[in-house]
Design a protein around this ligand. Structure first.
Ligand code: CMC
Length: 439
């Protein structure tokens, strides 16, 4: 198998920091796309001072050779290849190989990779009994993170993060089983029997089969659906140090096993400010449609600081331009709806909302554009995927990114446990008050 070709960041300058009488020279390091950072790794040891950066807005947690993203120009590349090129040329498994190993696979490398994954698509029969313990209306993200965590109880032979063979088989198992685990959470919620995976099908067709086939009759997989799903998984696959990926790296930095780390990443993704935004966004579009489609009213609500309402699927920590993933998804959405001859009222509301918001000074000044979650829900709906499964689809897409980052971190010679500092602002030392004297 090929391995990733990564270069280390080089020192290109020096910055001077003076604190009281101390003057510290800090190396300025620059990456391959000319992004620069102050290397403060010696700061506390030399000055006793730390940095404070709530939400890590200015803090790089690592160097990485996986994904480049330029939020000002709306650029996203996996391993140097533009997302638009990958979306046109790859399927999800080939792209997963690229993310994991850093180079495009040869035909035989790709065959071996696909076969390796295919061998592991079933879940342990005893694992199915877990699903009986969950309430029927349990959120599938809760089930997904629990069952993925439970993989570590079934595969105790492959938990060592420092054994490359154990890591490889765990990667195969996760890529293969996540669609099965995800689809079973849906089948459970509607009371249908679990379908066995079909290894003769490609990754996304198999997922559609797991979701929608029943033992009672044939299920015909629509190749347009499989293609749309493939595209959606690809555009969600990696986004450098986002909340869930940083979580996977943080948990992994303690040498926790891979299943535990991915389970933690799934939990981080669930939040509505992160992956959960796709579900929240469609719920919002539905609310607007039900309310008569008055998009101005909701744009005004989003601008009103006394109202907690935000336009879901809008804004991004890094993109200060149109999210390139949203552009790809919007085009795919147009194409799919036209092909299916579907007039989805939510797509119309979304387009109107985008138009109004992008003309509004509040959104223009803050550079708030539609993000990946704005149109994805409309496609999922067209594919018949229920709303609660939207973030689960995001998790399936993001899995290779989490895996690639976890592997990169473990292979890094500078890996250390993630352990941020804090500035304590609580009470200073005080006298104990006996309970009878407390008022
Ligand atoms: N609607 C209304 N105002 C917004 C929105 C929004 N969606 N997003 C940001 N703002 C305003 C915010 O109120 C603030 O205004 P001010 O400067 O007057 O205080 C300004 O824009 C900057 O926002 P922020 O919250 O400081 O930005 P952030 O980088 O901390 O948060 C975000 C980024 C994505 C969490 C945020 O834009 C948001 O909550 N968006 C809606 C949720 C969403 O769509 N999330 C999916 C993100 S993309 C996929 C993923 O990461 O999983």
């Amino acid at each position: 198998m090929s391995t990733a070709t990564s270069r280390t960041a080089e020192q290109t300058d020096t910055a001077k920091l003076s604190i009281g009488d101390t003057v510290l020279e800090l190396p300025v390091i620059t990456g391959t796309e000319n992004e620069s950072a102050l290397d403060i790794s010696k700061l506390r040891a030399k000055t006793g001072v730390i940095t404070l950066d709530e939400g890590f807005v200015n803090t790089g947690s690592t160097t990485s050779a996986i994904t480049f993203l330029n939020g000002e120009e709306g650029i996203l590349r996996y391993r140097g290849y533009p997302i638009e090129t990958i979306a046109q040329n790859c399927d999800f498994i080939e792209m997963s190989y690229l993310l994991l190993y850093g180079e495009l696979p040869t035909a035989s490398e790709l065959r071996t990779f696909r076969e390796g994954i295919r061998q592991h698509t079933m879940i342990h029969e005893e694992m199915k009994s877990f699903y009986n313990g969950f309430p029927r209306d349990a959120h599938p993200m809760a089930i997904l993170s629990s069952v993925v965590g439970a993989l570590s109880t079934f595969y105790q032979d492959s938990l060592d993060p420092n054994d490359p063979e154990q890591v490889t088989i765990s990667i195969y198992r996760l890529l293969a089983k996540l669609p099965t685990i995800a689809a079973y959470s849906y089948k459970k919620s509607i009371g249908q029997p679990f379908m066995y995976p079909r290894n003769d099908l490609d990754y996304t067709s198999n997922f559609l089969h797991l979701m929608f086939a029943t033992p009672a009759g044939p299920y015909e997989i629509d190749p347009d659906f499989a293609e749309a799903l493939n595209l959606l998984l690809i555009v969600h696959a990696d986004h450098e140090q986002n909340c869930s990926t940083s979580t996977v790296r943080m948990v992994g930095s303690s040498d926790a096993n891979l299943f535990a780390c991915i389970s933690a990443g799934i939990s981080a993704l669930w939040g509505p400010l992160h992956g959960g935004a796709n579900e929240a966004c469609v719920n919002m579009l539905q609310q607007i449609a039900d309310d008569g489609g008055d998009v101005d009213k909701y744009v005004n609500m989003a601008k009103d600081k006394t109202n907690g309402f935000r336009l879901m699927g809008f804004g991004h920590r890094v993109y200060k331009n149109y999210d390139p993933r949203a552009l790809i998804i919007k085009k795919a959405c147009d194409k799919l709806l036209a092909k299916l001859q579907l007039d989805d009222p939510l797509f119309e509301v979304a387009q109107k909302l985008e138009e109004v918001a992008l003309r509004d000074p509040y959104f223009v000044e803050r550079k708030l554009y539609p993000n990946v979650d704005f149109y994805s829900g409309v496609i999922y709906r067209a594919l018949g995927i229920p709303v609660q499964m939207f973030t689960v689809l995001f998790a399936i897409g993001r899995l290779p990114g989490w895996l690639a980052h976890w592997v990169e971190m473990h292979n890094s010679p500078s890996k250390r446990i993630g352990r941020p500092r804090q500035i304590y602002v609580g009470p200073t030392e005080r006298e104990w008050t006996p309970i009878e004297s407390r008022s």
